[in-house]
Design a protein around this ligand. Sequence first.
Ligand code: ADP
Ligand code: MG
Length: 398
Amino acid sequence: MKAGLEGLNPEGKRVLVRVDFNVPLLEDGGIRDDSRMRACLPTIQELRSRSARVILATHLGRPKGKPVEALSTRPLAARLCALLGTEVSWCPECVGPVAVAAAGALRDGEVLLLENLRFHPEEEANELGFAAQLAALADLYVNDAFGTAHRAHASTEGVAHILPAYAGRLMERELAALSEILESPPRPLVAIMGGSKLSTKLGVIDHLLPGVQQLLLGGGMAATFLVAEGAQVGRSLVEPDFVARATEILDRAPSLGAEVHLPTDVVVAAGPESTAAEARSCPAGEVGAEEMILDVGPATARRWSELVQRAGTVVWNGPLGVYENPAFAGATRLVAAAVGESSAVSVTGGGDLQAALESLGLVSKFTHVSTGGGATLEFLEGRELPGVAALRERLAVP
Ligand code: ADP
Ligand code: MG
């Protein structure tokens, strides 16, 4: 994307930056994980160093169009202040006279965080009047909210049609890393799919399949594929309505030059809460009637580790097992470590896989860990994201 920050002259200008600070919160209102905030720091710091007046807008949680005290962005301002090492002012409104005054009072290099955009129903409705009110706060617009780019909301889409619009550094980095996977990945390209349900990942599998050399299928969705191959999987997470689609994928893959790998052994137990002592590994065809597949087995994980070590590119979505329980995080840990040691370009997406990699301390070993959940999946499905499309339409604007 050419409409990046190098294309704008922000000196002394008010720049409205849409960020995705939709961080997971603790029960007491604290911030559980500020990675999404840290991911936007390069854009914010660059704008400050170039003497912009930075106005940050985000949503937080699902307040459903009305003010919810627990979802105020106020605590985020304090955290941002610590992360930036500079003062951040906070405005209790995101549009209207109070917000206009706060934005107008900014001096060069200063930062203001607005209240939660989704306290107004007009944000998600992408109402033109609301987009115009946001636009009235600033001279320029920068979208750095990749994680929300699959939504056509007033702050991600509408406002880009009103103000000169640019992609932030995080947005650029996400699009570059994910585009490389779809357009020109170093080969062989190994795709690893896990997570809970096949139904939510079918679009990605369909879109990636023609370009992939090896497709490794783990997580809950593997059970649906094993059933398609005629295996008994006991009480595993199977989606009966999608067995036919699983069969179709297995049949189609060879003609596209893709090898599909299902687990040949699995870790099973009575349920996700079982302990390691209560679990056992067995061949994929020998799951007991009362057992559940909760992880990919150790022999499969070792073979998959060898495959990723020979890969040019690895794209990975969804954990291989119920990683929240250490008893079922083994395959994810082993394969992730192998990806980390390999020289492959490695790109991952999905909130749960990111959380798994963070708890394993392996995030830094990957080339790119996408901050997007739904946005990443939709991009890998080959769909144009409305937030990105709106920026492209504005390429001509100086
Ligand atoms: P992501 O957020 O990375 O895209 P998903 O949301 O699709 O991943 O899936 C993550 C969930 O899948 C986790 O909560 C994990 O416990 C669950 N999961 C993984 N393997 C299994 C399995 N074999 N059976 C049931 N659930 C599983
Ligand atoms: Mg998830």
